[in-house]
Design a protein around this ligand. Structure first.
Ligand code: RIB
Length: 318
């Protein structure tokens, strides 16, 4: 990844990942086991980690090429229309004539806390088109990957990017063990505290724990690791050590897509040559705006809004 002075031209970013229609249920409190609750509202909102991350990159000014799969149905058509509106190249999004578009059932509580269950649908039948991806990798600043499409395809995409010299940004969510051979291909790993704990095999209950886990994960291959900690901010780790970025104080409405928004802004910052800590600050500002709004893609801010938003607190070397 380039560390030369910050670029001003729009970087190209490739994203391989999922597209879902989110069925968002607004509830006072999510039901416990065996319980039935009434929702205040149901909203249909474009989402999916791949789609959200692509939108986040595009709204921060990147030229984005998205590779995924939707069904030949109303949800799929709506998701494509949204991508087009954001100027995202979705010629790499396949249409499945057998499976339906992926769906996520999401409860959002009054506190903004969410719970998500995904039905993969067409995402589960995504098959990498190596030729199509190859046509983009040569000019891409990075390839962004998550774990909502089949892991063999994720691994194949990472192998192709690595061979092409294109840095891989991985957000292994929903968390699963990394397929064999993936660790050394990852340049930047972005995880939340639950994912960091699962991958590092250590408890992550504090900023100090997150720094220990981040450095342990670096030992497995990634040059840099970011652990997001919700209200506690984030920990960034690279060869120079670890830093804590304290959280920003905001009125939380809905945390859906906050991690995706963080990753998108981080990816664009890195692609523009920003050092890791500066790019993490951009991610934090974008995510802080995202959680003040409802829904996944509608809540992802544009560059101008992020540029006009408050600066996060200074980072603290650990
Ligand atoms: O990260 C948030 C996303 O997770 C939602 O949009 C939902 O579709 C699931 O993929």
């Amino acid at each position: 990844m380039t560390t030369s002075p910050a670029q001003t031209t729009a970087p190209t970013i490739a994203v391989v990942g999922s597209l879902n229609m989110d069925l968002v249920l607004q509830v006072a409190q999510a039901p416990g086991p065996g319980e039935t609750v009434l929702a205040q509202a149901l909203h249909l909102v474009p989402g999916g980690k791949g789609g959200n991350q692509a939108v986040a990159c595009a709204r921060q000014g990147a030229q984005v090429h998205l590779f995924g799969r939707v069904g030949d149905d109303a949800y799929g058509h709506t998701l494509r229309a949204g991508l087009a509106q954001d100027g995202i190249d979705h010629t790499g999004v396949q249409t499945d004539t057998t499976e339906t578009t992926g769906v996520a059932a999401i409860t959002v509580e009054a506190t903004g806390q969410n719970r998500i269950v995904v039905v993969p649908g067409a995402n589960g039948r995504f098959a990498l088109d190596a030729r199509a991806l190859g046509s983009v990798l040569g000019r891409a600043s990075s390839l962004v990957l998550q774990f909502e499409t089949p892991l063999p395809e994720v691994l194949a995409a990472a192998q192709q990017a690595f061979a092409a010299g294109c840095p891989v940004l991985l957000n292994p969510s929903p968390i699963q063990p990394l397929p064999e051979g993936l660790w050394p291909l990852v340049h930047t790993l972005v995880v939340n505290e639950v994912e960091a704990a699962a991958l590092a095999g250590t408890a992550v209950e504090s900023v100090a724990d997150a720094a220990v886990a981040a450095q342990a994960l670096r030992g497995l291959g990634p040059a840099q690791v970011v652990v997001t900690l919700g209200a506690q901010g984030a920990v960034a780790a690279d060869t120079r050590g670890s830093t804590h970025h304290p959280g920003m104080q905001v009125q939380v409405v809905d945390t859906t897509a906050a991690g995706d928004t963080f990753l998108g802004a981080l990816a664009v910052g890195l692609a523009q040559g920003e050092p890791l800590n500066a790019a993490v600050r951009e991610g934090m500002r974008a995510a802080a705006l995202c959680v003040t709004r409802s829904g996944a893609q509608p809540s992802i801010p544009h560059r101008a809004a992020v540029a006009a938003s408050p600066q996060p607190p200074d980072w603290i070397p650990l």
